[in-house]
Write a protein that binds this ligand. Structure first.
Ligand code: CU
Length: 661
């Protein structure tokens, strides 16, 4: 059936576009795609995409889930921002997730998602993502597609070189973008040079549950740290961070931070530092940072402020950190799947720097150094450099890889992706991306085993590509087929927020274990009920706690009296359904939140502070059955001075009463 459908579809497309089958000589031109591009992205009704793409929302602070090759949007996962669709950051249970050392931060940004790995392959267990503005890293479960943990990064300002994961998910990293006083203090900005520091943080990941912990921070020189990448294969155990502003300038940065002909990639032997730390090395320093965790047992988040962090000074671990000179102001810092090549893209240089891990090892052995910076040896450029790719394009930013020895690099200024052979440093193909492109993504591209059929380019500017929507045009991604010698553009699709970066993975690694319900008998929420008999309404001073249940097509209780103006009413609502895809919603007229959508077996809470006497309805907000419109109840609100006692019923009875002997 599939083949027939596809044939019919391709015929239709061919006819509609009047594309001749005349042969492969038909060159794809500006914006044009080859005749069968539509067929290659068409996922027929009822069929599934072959890949998930997790695309960051940039300034939205969220993570969007798309299917590839269709480009269809499946879900937006809230991470660092409140999201009314899921009540994230609005329900009482999720509010603690957005607590920080700066208080409740309802709106953040999100940048670089990275999927957990086992033996160098993406394993589909968790996706990690960083926030820049309030430096944080989040972990999202790929069973529930919900944010399970957020940890704030102390001693950091801007967290851009994050959140990349080592090949067995030993660590996820964060690196400060801006050098700052470490620890923070009041000092003159003009004294920055030599006195500010750059924190690089290594967060260990619990192999069973994924929980993160800041294992150590390295107090690096006060440069800016831009992007990073773990070593893999032969370079496993190392991490690489690109730096800019090694000048340590603090004014007119576009001039003063571009003085040095070369900046650095910092090479960090984290295994060596881990050993040092495990043997009691490092110094505990006072710090203040939030660590928020979500529990699927209690359906509730917990916010804890941590008070100290273990800090390592580079001078105390000789042989663990080196600087690799790299073309002026590098942005991307990428390691190929073999772990041998480390690519730094000088965004202001004509050349792309390709370093060799083998040469780096030899240079360290030979002490082929060119001085040092703050006690950290600088390896001689020629001793570590494998070669440079000269004049491949303008404004190189990021590189991803396939399994066939090729790199794919984005060029922001010349708006193109260039495919090149890593070994011989020759350009193979180039393709325009309309318009300035930032990151690109190949599913599994950060692993030893990229799944290299597709490539997604994420564009910063898309004017003229879509129907206009006022001054702000949609942001977009473009899908390419990279299975052949030449890259082939297949599809443009709009994205949520700014598609800053993405991580992709084969659907078969996630879909089979996707969670379908929360088991009622495992629900340990403090106000959960497992049947209608356990529902009740209890007054505690001016707080009224309603333990409520919902099932097709009614609430229990459905009539409540004795609530007074000035009370704070807590709706703790449990969805008793145990069927896949049967959520119910609840909304209370007069509450300053609209609604909670509650999954089968889950409990969630919202509050309502009645300000007017009357009889006010609540109702189901998700069309759940033929009698969905009948799924409703009333709360009577009496004056503050009233002495009406709390009472509640379901069909005239107090819920649960007739179950008793
Ligand atoms: Cu309903």
């Amino acid at each position: 059936m599939k083949t027939i459908l596809k044939s019919i579809f391709s015929l239709t497309i061919a006819a509609a576009f009047l594309v001749s089958c005349g042969g492969p000589s038909k060159k794809s031109n500006k914006g044009a795609v080859s005749g069968n591009a539509a067929e290659k992205v068409y996922v027929a009704p009822g069929e599934h995409d072959s890949h998930y793409a997790f695309v960051s929302g940039g300034f939205s602070g969220q993570l969007a889930v798309y299917g590839l090759p269709s480009g269809r949007l499946f879900r937006v996962i809230p991470v660092f921002s409140q999201d009314p669709e899921k009540a994230y950051g609005y329900s009482e249970e999720t509010k603690p997730m957005l607590q920080t050392s700066h208080g409740f931060v309802p709106w953040g940004d999100s940048h670089h998602p990275d999927i957990s790995q086992t033996n160098g392959s993406v394993d589909g267990r968790w996706v990690f993502i960083n926030e820049n503005n309030t430096p944080r890293i989040a972990r999202i479960s790929l069973e529930t597609f919900e944010t399970e943990e957020i940890i704030e990064i102390p001693n950091s300002a801007g967290n851009h070189s994050s959140s990349f994961v080592t090949e067995n998910s030993e660590y996820v990293v964060a690196g400060t973008r801006f050098a700052v006083p470490f620890p923070q203090r009041d000092m003159s900005i003009s004294d920055m040079k030599g006195n500010f520091s750059g924190a690089l943080s290594f967060l260990s990941i619990d192999p069973d549950h994924g929980n993160m912990e800041i294992k150590f921070q390295i107090k690096m020189p006060g440069f800016n740290y831009d992007l990073s990448h773990p070593g893999r294969g032969k370079s496993h155990g190392w991490f690489f961070f690109s730096t800019y502003n090694t000048e340590e300038a603090n004014t007119l940065m576009e001039v003063n931070a571009s003085q040095n002909d070369k900046d650095f990639i910092a090479a960090i032997n984290w295994k060596k530092i881990e050993e040092y730390v495990n043997n009691g090395g490092g110094k505990k320093m006072p710090a203040k940072y939030a660590h928020n965790t979500w529990s699927d047992e209690t359906h509730t988040a917990t916010h804890v402020m941590q008070k100290e962090v273990l800090v390592v000074e580079p001078k105390d671990v000789p042989g663990a950190i080196y600087f690799l000179p790299t073309a002026k102001s590098p942005h991307g810092c990428d390691v190929d799947p073999t772990g041998e090549y480390i690519i730094g893209n000088g965004k202001l240089a004509a050349a792309m720097t390709v370093h060799s891990f083998t040469k780096m090892q030899k240079a360290i052995e030979d002490k082929a150094f060119d001085g040092e910076a703050y006690g950290i040896p600088i390896i001689k450029f020629d001793a570590v450099n494998y070669g440079t790719l000269d004049q491949p394009g303008l404004g190189p930013l990021h590189t991803e890889f396939d399994t066939r020895g090729n790199g794919y690099t984005t060029f922001f200024i010349s708006s193109e992706v260039v495919k090149w052979n890593i070994k011989d440093l020759k350009v193979i193909d180039r393709h325009p991306v309309y318009y300035s492109v930032g990151h690109l993504m190949i599913p599994g591209g950060n692993s030893r085993t990229p799944d290299d059929k597709y490539m997604v380019a994420m564009n910063k500017i898309t004017k003229d590509r879509y129907l206009p929507t006022g001054p702000e045009v949609c942001q977009s991604a473009q899908l390419f087929d990279i299975s052949g010698e030449k890259m082939e553009l297949l599809l443009d699709f709009p994205t949520i927020g700014e598609p800053h970066y993405a991580a992709g993975i084969a659907a078969e690694k996630i879909a089979p274990k996707s969670k379908k319900i929360y088991k009622l008998n495992e629900n340990k929420h403090h106000y959960a009920v497992t049947n209608e008999g356990e529902t009740n309404v209890v007054r505690k001073g001016n707080e009224v706690h309603i333990k409520m249940s919902m099932i097709r097509s009614h609430f229990s209780p459905d009539n409540i009296e004795g609530v007074k103006v000035g009370d704070k009413v807590f709706f703790h609502v449990t969805n008793l359904e145990q069927d896949y895809d049967v959520p119910h919603g609840i909304s209370m007229i007069g509450a300053n939140t609209s609604e909670l959508l509650i999954m089968p077996g889950r409990t969630a809470t919202f509050t309502w502070e009645p300000k007017q006497v009357g009889v006010w309805p609540f109702y189901c907000t998700d069309f759940c059955s033929a009698l969905h419109q009948e799924m409703q109840g009333y709360i009577r609100v009496s004056p503050k001075s009233s002495d009406i006692k709390i009472s509640y019923t379901l069909d005239g009875d107090v819920p649960g009463e007739d179950e008793e002997e």
